[in-house]
Write a protein of this length. Sequence first.
Length: 79
Amino acid sequence: MNIKQKGVLVAVIVVVIAMLFYPPYHELWSSGGYINVGYSWIFKPPKNFEYASVNVPMLLAQWVGVLIVGGIGFFIVKD
């Protein structure tokens, strides 16, 4: 593993952790529907929405995207 690959690895880890602290939120309705309410800090959810919760499927999809792009970048900078 060269220095550039270590840089890509650190960048991916930092982005994934940042996404954990600033996740997407949604509000579920009793009728079964939901509305996306944007992003907010994990310890300070959106105040305008009473029942907002972290949109875990969206967060996982974003993580997978970052890991795929990071993996591609990791192999591109290989010696």
